[in-house]
Design a protein around this ligand. Structure first.
Ligand code: FES
Ligand code: FE2
Length: 414
């Protein structure tokens, strides 16, 4: 019989993570190697908070249904026509907007449980289950149940279609990212993200994000990495590895100019006071109008727990979604975003966009071998949790402590 998870990673081990950084240890190996914890984390770590699912910019067409897996769970993302209360631009970056144009459902028919949608397709407003033809509209409402009451009889006594629609998952769009809350009981997204919103409105101005645009070309960087998703996040939290893993980045944004960034109990990372990549021979990107003068050359890299990484520079952003695929497999999908349409897509800035894309691709790819090495180390019986540098690793410990809190709450819920 399987041991309960709380015997595999014990409350005592979780308590050891909550110690002062000089004596704390990290999450034990099982959190990175045991498939049971992958499912546990889906339901109780990512699932109980706001997990990033996808970039809305990939789903431009109305009435499109897209199957997508979230940590093994089949979901459908449905894009319908934009209504009055829809995002201000195609990236849905209006603060506080509700995701009326994009909805997420469990991808399973209410009848006998066939997976409903197997491939992305444009619809006529209906989704038909291939098994017995039960039909749903794009709001998940069950609209047709052919022959349910016998041949030619499409209703049945005691059967209520209104109680058998698709199960919707709570979702929210911010900065063009679609977030989901599987458990349905996380705080409102705007409350969760408020410390981030306030901090970055302080840098770009209250409306600074209204005109941002994802680059259509040279705007995406993807990787598949043989590591647990948490290692990708932990690596992003710290700058300690810069001199050895990113010597070229370290030349223009050196370790000694990096400082810890603690935004709230849910977001932490790094702040550089010297970001100057000097992309030469290219048109300089326009910057955010309201970026404060005393912040010139500063850049911030908060990890937005559980699975998002941000890079805020004065003339562009990157957003990177960490997709947990399996206990030891992770996909990363990064997008480059500029302050307006011309910077994002105009011909004048194309060579600068290429140079910027290549610079970030180099940095991100340098991390791949490092985090894969961390995953390999998690199979060692000579290691479990490790120790932290009291000076360099405080944001990494912050992330571990966040995970430990989620574990404790998850154990209680189980
Ligand atoms: S399983 Fe979908 S209609 Fe029967
Ligand atoms: Fe790195």
């Amino acid at each position: 019989m399987n041991r309960p998870l709380s015997q595999k990673i014990t409350p005592q081990q979780l308590a050891a993570i909550d110690q002062d950084i000089k004596s704390a240890t990290g999450m034990p190996n099982a959190a990175y190697t045991d498939p049971e914890f992958f499912v546990f984390e889906r339901d109780h770590v990512l699932g109980s908070s706001w997990a990033a699912l996808m970039f809305c910019v990939d789903y431009k067409e109305d009435n499109t249904v897209t199957p997508i897996e979230f940590m093994g769970l089949p979901l459908i993302v449905i894009k319908t026509k934009q209504g009055k209360n829809q995002p201000r631009n195609q990236h849905g970056n209006q603060p506080g907007n509700q995701p009326g144009s994009i909805k997420v459902f469990h991808n399973v028919c209410s009848h006998r449980g066939r997976k409903l949608v197997s491939e992305q397709k444009k619809t006529n407003g209906m989704m038909v289950c291939p098994y017995h033809c039960w039909t749903y509209d794009l709001n998940g409402k069950l609209c047709a149940t052919p022959h349910i009451g016998g041949i030619g009889i499409h209703q049945a006594e005691g059967f209520h279609p209104q109680n058998n629609g698709l199960k919707e998952i709570r979702s929210h769009i911010w900065l063009g990212v679609l977030f989901i809350n599987l458990s349905g009981d996380a705080p409102e997204f705007t409350d969760y993200a408020r410390p981030m919103l306030e901090r970055y409105h302080g840098l770009v101005g209250e409306h600074g994000f209204d005109q941002i645009e994802y680059a259509d070309t040279h705007g995406q960087i993807t990787f598949s990495i043989n590591c647990n998703w948490k290692l990708a996040m932990e690596n992003f939290c710290e700058a300690y590895h810069l001199p050895w893993i990113h010597p070229s980045l370290n030349a223009y944004s050196p370790l000694q100019k990096h400082h810890h960034l603690f935004i709230s109990e849910d977001f932490a990372g790094q702040r550089s006071t010297s970001f100057d990549p000097s992309i030469t021979g290219c048109e300089s990107f326009p910057g955010f109008n309201h970026w404060p003068e005393d912040q010139a050359g500063c850049a911030e890299y908060p990890a937005f727990y559980p699975n998002l990484m941000f890079g805020f520079q004065e003339n562009h952003l990157f957003i990177l979604i960490v997709h947990p695929i399996d206990i030891d497999k992770t996909d990363e999908d990064a997008r480059l975003i500029y302050v307006n349409h011309e910077a994002a897509n105009g011909g004048k800035f194309e060579s600068a966009r290429i140079a910027n894309h290549d610079a970030w691709k180099k940095v991100f790819s340098e991390d791949v071998t490092a985090v894969e090495g961390l995953q390999q180390g998690r199979r060692s019986s000579g290691y479990s949790g490790g120790v932290f540098s009291p000076v360099q690793d405080a944001p990494t410990l912050h992330f571990h402590q966040w995970i430990a809190r989620k574990y404790r709450a998850g154990y209680k819920r189980q």
